[in-house]
Write a protein that binds this ligand. Sequence first.
Ligand code: ZN
Length: 167
Amino acid sequence: MSSLPHHCSHCGADTRQDRAAGLTYCSVCGRDPRPEVPLAPLDADDRLDLRRWRLAFWGWFFVTPVAALLCVGLAPGFRSYQVVGISGMAIVALSALGILAVGMLGAGYCRVKLDPRPREWHETVTETLGRTAAIFVVYLFLTPFLAAVMYGLAGLVHALVKGTFAL
Ligand SMILES: [Zn+2]
């Protein structure tokens, strides 16, 4: 940290005391006092990459809950099965959770790649876990809405099949 400026480039605070105290961040605003290095402008290849990561992100994001729901939909068919002492229902439930976990991690990783900047591998891991947690929260908020829509659709299909609209 030899190139620290005398003043924080973000808030303008005098950083000489911070430096003397061995701090590498500004004690006023908490940021790195050095000016941020502007990112190189994206070229066509980078933009194509970003489009692919964005597509992959939305793919993971939407396919994951659908795949998990389809898995749960299999549950009644597996009710009577038993594999090495584990009930078929438990296997289906674990599979659905596994699909959710893998899918959210996949979406989280794509989301990290959508923010193109150089990272150490451990930064990629922590950022992916952070994005994954955020996606989990989004799913939690979307679940009641999705459930209501699916419940409504199921009721509509049921009514159509019966030939009546029982409202
Ligand atoms: Zn500052």
